[in-house]
Write a protein that binds this ligand. Structure first.
Ligand code: AMP
Ligand code: ZN
Length: 121
């Protein structure tokens, strides 16, 4: 399996750094964000390393990642109330961890711009 040395999310996806697991299968690992912006804030990462959504991610894996989103929503009990899906990419979007990850946010009413797409950790 392709991992990148010193990548935080590679280590989390492979159990080398602890995390609060929400879901796992052969291709993806999902865990709660350490600094939640909403009552539900889960990250989905592929087990293979890709820097971001533009890193030539194979179609079947991309599909699998996004098909995992409603599974997370179901596990977290927010499929009816709704949720927001966010993929920060590059500097302007303040991507801070350079391993592709999908944020699933919910559990409360969001405004059009909140939680903001800014993250300053
Ligand atoms: P982004 O800013 O889109 O790159 O998102 C990175 C996310 O990873 C942020 O929401 C962080 O709070 C989160 N994060 C950073 N380190 C950890 C960690 N060890 N466990 C869980 N989430 C983390
Ligand atoms: Zn990685």
């Amino acid at each position: 399996m392709e991992t990148k040395q010193d990548c935080l999310f590679c280590k989390i996806a492979h159990g080398e750094i602890p995390s609060k697991k929400v879901y796992e299968d052969e291709y993806v690992y999902a865990f709660d964000d350490i600094n939640p912006l909403m009552p539900v804030h889960t990250l989905i990462v592929p087990k293979v390393h890709y820097d971001n959504i533009g890193d030539e991610v194979p179609n079947d894996l991309m599909g699998h990642i996004f098909n995992t989103v409603p599974k997370i929503a179901h596990l977290k009990g927010i499929e009816e109330s709704g949720y927001r899906v966010m993929v920060n990419t590059g500097d302007d979007a303040c991507q801070s961890v350079h391993h592709l990850h999908v944020h699933v946010l919910g559990g409360g009413k969001m405004t059009e711009d909140s939680p903001a797409v800014t993250h300053n950790a």
